[in-house]
Structure formats: C-alpha cells, structure tokens
Design a protein. Structure first.
Length: 601
C-alpha cells in the first residue's frame, strides 16, 4: 500500500483541477495560524467535498473507495470487531469473504491498523476507504445500542431490555404486540375531566413500561441523529403525529399508536421531573440525555389541547453551537461594521428576526468575543439556553417578579460593562436599556421585527423618544437562516436572467452581457434524506446608524424611508443577501423565496 504524503496529495489535486492553487495557499496559511490537518481544513473551508477528497486519497494510495451511505453492512462482519474498538479507531467491518474481513477506514496513513485488526479478529484484513462521518453514522446505525446510553436518561430503561432494534418501527411493533396480548402495562387511564378519579400511580407505572421507554428513547435518538432542532409530538382524535424540525423545516416521522399516547407523554414528564397528574395547565421542564459521550439538554413544553397534550422539545447541544463570529457567514464589509459596534464602549446593538432565525447564536458568539477577564458581563434570558463560561447568566421568571426590567435594574447595581437582554418586549425594558446605554454600558438585545429598519420604528412605537434612540442605538441587524444545498447531490442548471425578474431581481444583480446564469439545486440523496438540503447558512441585513439615519429617526420617518437611506449607504437587504448565496451556489431560489420577502420601494 503506497501512502502519499499530504503535501504530494494536495499538489496533485491542484494539478488535476480539484482545488485551486489559491485555495491550497489559504488552507496552508490557516494551518500555520491555528494548526490542524490540511485535509480537514480544505474540507471545512468547502474547497473540496469530503467524499471527493477521500476518493482521491484512495486512488493515490491504491485503496478502493466505498460509499457507506449506499452500502448494506454484513452482520457476520460486525460480530468480529467490538463496538468500543470500532468507535475508538473510527472504522467499521463491512463484509466477511471466506477468511478475509473487509474493513472501512478513513485514513490510509494509519499503518498499524491492519496488524491490530488481525490480532483482534484472527482473519486476513482488506481495508477500503470511506468518509469519516459516514463511518461514524454506520457505527451508530449498525452497532445500535451503544449509541444511546439509556441508563443516563432520568428513569431510563433497564439495561436488560431488548434494544437491538433502534428504529421507531421496531418499537411500534413491540408495543402493538403487547397491546394485542392485553398487557396491562400499556393500559391507558381515562383522560376525562374527572382528574381526581385517576390512579396517578398507575399512569406512572404505564409510562415506565419497557416498550414505551424504548419508543421515547428512540424518538429522541433519531431526532439527534438526524440533526433536528425540535421534536413535535402531537395528538389528534384517532392518531398521533411525530415531526422533527430539520434545517428549519418540519418532517413527519413514524408515530406511536394513539392508544398509548398518554403513556408516552407521561414518560416524558417523568424524565423532566414534572407533574404527571396535571393535564389542564401548560408545563415546562428540562430533560437531560446522554448520547455517546455527549450530554444534551431537551427543553420540553407541554400544552393541553383538544385531544391530549402536545409536546415540543427543543434540543440544546452546546457542542454544536457556533461561538466564532467569523464562522456565522457575515460578508466581510458587514463583519467589519459589526466588530466596530461590538468594540464601542457603550450603546445598543439590536438583533432582529423571527423565532429560529439564529439570534441566540449571534448574541452568544458576540458575548464570547467580548468575554475577557477584565470585563463584567451579565445576561438576563428567558430561558438560558446555553451556559457560557465566565459570564453571569440570569433566568427571567415573571412569576416571582424577575422580569427583564427587574433584572436590568439589578444589573446596574452590579457594576457591569456589558449587558445582554434576551428580548426587549415592553416600554419599561426598552427605557432601562436606553438608560444603561446612556450611562456607559454596552447593551445587546433582540427584537421581533421583520427587518433591521423596523427595529427603530418598533422602539418608537414602544414610547421611546426618538433622540434617545438615535443617540444610543449603534446598529440593527436582521437575520434569517437558509438551507444549504446538499454537497452530495448538488447539480447545476441554467436560467434565463429575464425569468428571474419576477423575483425582484434585475440585470444589475448579474454580470453584464450575460443572458443566462448558472444556478444549483440538490436532486435528493440518502445523505440529505431526499430533501436536497444539508445544513444552514446565515443571511444578514446590517444597518449602521450613521448621521443621515439619525436625522431620519429624529424626524420620526417610517421604516421604508430609513431603509432607503440605509441601502444608499451600503446596506444589503435580506433578499439581496440571499441572492448572493444563490449565485454562489450555496442555496436555491426556492429557499430565497421561502425565507426572505421581496424588497419594496
């Protein structure tokens, strides 16, 4: 086996046109600045797809490349290598041929792996190359039970339970068999208004039934494996529905039978240490789970509805939270403006957008950038989603009087330098934030508005004096998240420029003299579950408050007038930010239309 050096490999890639010399130069510069592996940096910078890199590496090392997403693993092969070893070395056995075991590995430079595998299995070893992430996914899929540490869940399943079938269908089958057999563990207590007559002990016992425990764990596990941000479990008259929000869009999943729906809800309440008997009032709680070596929090909300309680769980994974401003997707000019506002000694920075648009990530990344030993940072949030080391975070709780306004008042007696307010919801919170900015503090907060200019008129509508707004607000940032085209099934197509005019685009947005433009879309594959999208990117509309805009604010001009001035001064609207990502081949026209509105005026 001839293993090429990474230097020779990347040089060959430039020679055949897979990457450019400039891309290689940039990647090498990053290696010198921050360390790391050159190949991984080329992939992370999206200069090359991971599967293309691996296939090219295999060709140069004279090792076959396999696509594990389309490969059916042989169970006999799996039994020869312990799961713990497969995870530790990131490999997976895929086929047993006579006395030869075929094993997929991500790195041919691991020259000792074949000797180790021979010692463990007693067979001859043939290695093939596969993408590292696909190997990890295959380990999770085929080894199964080791991926979810059920005993780490509150009231988790007994380790003696049968957990071989890590799919909802298997759990459903198990549940239906017990229902058919008349197993009392799965009987559902009457959900009529006579709450006082219900046997609460019985409800709890039902929720601990092995099939129900297993089903709940699998619903959570599959959501995490698919990269979902939220899990929706919903009751209807004769059925139930489970949906995952993946990359901002809900996708329907297999659901439990309606007959055991209440047992599933009760199980989740037990895991969240909530009142199983209370079905008439909304409840909120947190569920802690362990997946592999990763600890996750699920923020659970229970809402009474006509046919039972609807459950929505937000998956909070701090390890996946982007805390580097440079990785959020800002254009260079906007990054410079945002960094300038963050470096100001006082003032207000407002981040706007609907729920799920990434405002929390932007604010947390900003706080991480600002967090230094000589700076005192306090936040008040509802809820505190992630713990930031070195920052004092306070949970708002209106029931005990700890509102945003009350928290802000307390902060001003705590000698803060920087304050983050989860959301400015009312005049009182807005006025205290303004006062804090006027007395030498930097304040970061969010507003629910559709665009950046509307943040100004929103404060005006709350009753804040225009001259206070113009003298304290440094910057307003509106943002959205758009789905990225799946790199695995990305394909190009051409469109007449004239056909794009109906979307609010003009010839000025394209290269002059061109009649057609090349766009991209995902055709759908196993990697993206047929959607054509994988992951999301940020779209930003950043408005600096310069002297012209200050004058418009003082004159109480409307949002359209402020937007026109901001565009004249270099602001890119959300629609044009999306357009740039479309023309770069990172997202699609459909996504642009889904997440942004046409510019008016």
């Amino acid at each position: 086996m001839k293993v090429p050096s990474i230097k020779d490999l990347t040089k060959n890639m430039v020679e055949v046109g897979i990457i450019t010399a400039e891309q290689l130069k940039n990647a090498r510069k990053k290696v010198k600045e921050s360390g790391g592996n050159l190949g991984e940096i080329l992939i992370s910078e999206e200069y090359i797809n991971e599967d293309v890199f691996t296939a090219f590496l295999g060709k140069k090392a004279d090792i076959s490349y396999v696509d594990l997403s389309e490969y059916e693993i042989n169970s006999k092969a799996l039994n020869l290598i312990p799961e713990s070893f497969a995870r530790k070395r990131t490999l997976i056995p895929i086929e047993k041929k006579n006395n030869t075991l075929v094993v997929a590995i991500p790195d041919p430079m691991d020259i000792f792996i074949t000797d180790d595998l021979r010692a463990i299995t007693g067979t001859n070893i043939e290695v093939v190359l596969a993408v590292k992430n696909e190997i990890k996914q295959a380990i999770d899929k085929y080894y199964g039970s080791g991926f979810l540490e059920e005993d780490a869940l509150p009231g988790g399943a007994d380790s003696s339970d049968d957990t071989d079938d890590l799919d909802i269908g298997g759990a459903l089958s198990s549940v239906k068999k017990q229902i058919k057999a008349g197993n009392t563990v799965l009987e559902v207590v009457d959900t009529s208004e006579q709450e006082g007559l219900q046997d609460i002990t019985k409800i709890k016992r039902e929720s601990q039934g092995a099939p129900v425990v297993k089903m709940v764990n699998i619903i959570i596990l599959n959501a995490i494996k698919k990269g979902a941000s939220d899990i929706h479990i919903e009751p209807f008259e004769k059925s139930a529905r489970v949906r995952y929000r993946i990359d901002g869009v809900l996708h329907t999943q297999p659901a439990p039978p309606k007959k055991i729906y209440n047992a599933v809800v009760a199980r989740l309440k037990v895991m969240g240490s909530l009142d199983v008997a209370e079905k008439r009032k909304p409840q909120d709680g947190r569920i802690k789970v362990t997946v592999g070596n990763k600890d996750l929090d699920l923020r659970a909300s229970f809402l009474p509805s006509t046919f039972g309680e609807k459950v929505v769980m937000r998956i909070l994974d701090s390890s996946s939270l982007c805390l580097d401003l440079t990785d959020l997707g800002f254009e260079d000019k906007d990054m410079a403006k945002y960094s300038k506002a963050l470096s100001a000694p006082n003032g207000i920075i407002l981040v706007t957008g609907p729920t799920g648009s990434g405002k929390t990530t932007t604010l947390y990344s900003s706080l991480t950038t600002l967090n230094q030993p000589d700076v005192n940072i306090n936040t008040i949030e509802d809820p505190v989603e992630y713990i930031l080391k070195g920052i004092i975070q306070v949970q708002a709780n209106a029931e005990i009087g700890m509102t945003f306004a009350e928290g802000l008042r307390s902060f001003l007696r705590q000698d803060p330098d920087i304050i983050m307010v989860g959301e400015i919801r009312d005049q009182e919170t807005a006025q205290i934030s303004i006062n804090a900015a006027m007395t030498g503090h930097l304040v970061l907060s969010t507003l629910h508005t559709n665009d950046a200019p509307s943040a100004i008129t929103r404060l005006d509508n709350m009753g804040i004096e225009p001259f206070h707004i113009s003298s304290t607000v440094k910057l307003a940032l509106a943002q959205r998240l758009a789905r990225k085209i799946c790199p695995k099934c990305k394909e190009s197509y051409e469109v007449e420029i004239d056909a794009l005019s109906s979307y609010g685009l003009s010839e000025e947005d394209f290269d002059k003299g061109e009649n057609k433009v090349t766009l991209y879309k995902g055709s759908g594959c196993t990697k993206c579950s047929g959607s054509g999208y994988k992951g999301r990117i940020g779209l930003y509309e950043l408005m600096e408050i310069n002297n012209e805009i200050k004058e418009l604010i003082n004159q109480r001009k409307d949002a359209n007038a402020i937007k026109e001035a901001a565009v004249r001064n270099g602001m890119s609207s959300l629609r044009h930010a999306a357009l740039k990502k479309v023309l770069e081949g990172r997202t699609t026209i459909d996504e642009m239309l889904r997440v942004t509105a046409r510019d008016t005026g």
